[in-house]
Write a new protein. Structure first.
Length: 337
């Protein structure tokens, strides 16, 4: 089964992971976004309760249930499917030997976009490439039957590249994953959706704070002097790297919106859908590290990083105070039991 199809599917079902402390690997990839901040604010603490709670054993059990459900569904559709028992690995920044967002992290991994700090792509840890247990069966099918197999497994997809993920059109895998996550899908809850737009505006509100505006102006001058002109914020610098990386690994990403809901923290990593040219990847990685080092240095010297953190924390605290009853209710419904 093409890994890109599975990764496109996972873009739709990974939002719960994006908000929690854990990041997953295996055959999984997520939508591009900014790297996580090293500190946890008032709002992140709520999302840790919503998205966390699973250890590796629980994740393995949940994945086995999904795989068994997929196999049963595919049998009804007239196809063989061997459950893929490869482990889905949990990652968290506590497993790193350097603090995320620190000067040491920037020196080694930049922003963590193209540099694979967790070894998710088999580059940093030497992990073996995933082997699809259904590959031989799929290869044995005629072209017509293979297309039918893929549609049964993943769904027909949407002709609209801007369409949001819809599990009802995502085949056996979509149905199985939906059933497995139905007790945790807080992002579909009307109470969450009512807060989402306001949550997504917190970064813009923080950047509009007078102290932040002043500090970012100094940061922009500092970055220009370091050889990185035209940047208005650290997010803009990270986005340039993300765009360069996606141009190598997922050229179609520019045509797809972020289908996953955001908690405003941007805690998401990217796994490649196609193997990039090693020389081109190395160039992007070196550029990322150099940019991140300058960003961190300018953030410290101009105190812009602290200004943004302080403004964001204040705004999050105010948001939590306004919506505490709703947030507590969401945790009660969807948090780890």
């Amino acid at each position: 089964m093409p890994s890109s199809r599975r990764q496109q599917f996972l873009v739709g079902i990974l939002p719960l992971l994006a908000a929690g402390a854990a990041l997953l690997s295996g055959c999984a990839g997520g939508p591009p976004d900014a790297a996580p901040r090293p500190t946890e604010g008032p709002l992140e603490r709520y999302f840790s309760l919503l998205g966390g709670g699973d250890d590796q054993a629980a994740m393995d059990e949940r994945e086995r249930g999904v795989q068994d459900a997929v196999a049963a569904c595919m049998k009804v559709q007239g196809f063989e499917y061997v459950p893929d028992t490869s482990s889905v690995t949990m990652y968290s920044d506590s497993s790193l030997d350097v603090e995320w967002g620190s000067a040491e992290f920037a020196e080694r991994y930049g922003y963590g976009v193209s540099t694979d700090p967790f070894g998710m792509n088999g580059q940093a840890t030497g992990t073996e490439e995933h082997t699809d247990p259904n590959a031989d069966y799929v290869d044995s099918l005629s072209e017509t039957m293979r297309a039918a197999y893929e549609e049964a497994l993943w769904g027909a997809g949407s002709a609209d590249p801007g369409a949001d993920y819809d599990w009802t059109t995502a085949g056996c895998f979509g149905a199985a994953q939906h059933d497995a996550e139905s007790d945790r899908a807080y992002w579909d809850d009307p109470d969450y959706k009512a807060l989402e737009e306001e949550m997504n505006s917190l970064d813009a509100q923080a950047n509009a704070d007078p102290a932040v505006v002043s500090a970012l102006a100094e940061w922009t001058e500092c970055m220009a002097a370091a050889g990185y002109p035209g940047l208005e914020s650290s997010s803009a610098a990270q986005n340039e790297i993300t765009d360069a990386y996606l141009a190598l690994t997922d050229p179609g990403a520019a045509d797809r919106p972020d289908s996953a809901p955001s908690d405003g923290t941007g805690q998401m990593l990217i796994s490649p859908q196609t193997a990039p040219d090693p020389a081109a990847l190395h160039e992007v990685q070196q550029r990322e590290i150099a940019t991140a080092k300058a960003d961190h240095s300018c953030g410290q010297s101009t105190e812009s990083a602290e200004a943004v953190r302080s403004a964001r924390e204040r705004l999050e605290a105010e948001f939590v105070e306004r919506h505490r009853e709703t947030l507590d209710a969401l945790v009660s419904r969807y948090g780890a039991k």
